[in-house]
Design a binder for this molecule. Structure first.
Ligand code: HEC
Length: 126
């Protein structure tokens, strides 16, 4: 019987399949990785702090970032804020960023941390 597919093509295809399989395994690793980049859910995210953060968010952040962080008008979508970048959250909230007002002098570091408990758990969902 005539051979339609050359051996070299078969080995190329097998290599491609193996590469795709390994890429898939790595993608699964990334999805399962701790979103905060540490070795577990940060201890600062207690249920009490998340609930206090929710109240502060409603009072201070909702008018621009939307209810439950959804549908903010032109403001950053906080549901996509990188959870492994606590320092960036503190810096942006404290010092402001473009149209985002600085909260320095209004919120203490402790209070920024309480709002972070809310934002950093995607509103208590993580
Ligand atoms: C007056 C409207 C307004 C209010 C109130 C507001 N923000 Fe923002 N916020 C913005 C805008 C606009 C941006 C997008 C800034 C940019 O990148 O141009 C933003 C961006 C951010 C970012 C992303 C910054 C980054 O590093 O990219 C965070 C985090 C954030 N806001 C948190 C908060 C928190 C927490 C509160 C409540 C304490 C709050 N914001 C209240 C308007 C607001």
């Amino acid at each position: 019987m005539k051979k339609f597919i050359p051996d070299s093509l078969i080995s190329t295809l097998m290599l491609l399949a193996a590469t795709m399989l390994s890429a898939q395994v790595h993608a699964d690793d990334a999805a399962n990785a701790n979103p905060w980049g540490g070795d577990g859910r940060p201890a600062e995210f207690t249920p009490e702090r998340i609930e206090k953060g929710r109240v502060m968010y409603k009072q201070l952040c909702l008018r621009c970032h939307g209810p439950e962080m959804v549908g903010g008008n032109n403001a950053f979508d906080l549901r996509t804020f990188p959870l492994n970048d606590r320092a960036r959250f503190f810096n942006s909230v404290t010092n402001g960023k473009r149209a985002m007002p600085p909260w320095k002098g209004i919120l203490s570091e402790e209070e920024v941390g309480i709002v972070w408990a809310y934002v950093g758990t995607r509103g208590g969902k993580l």
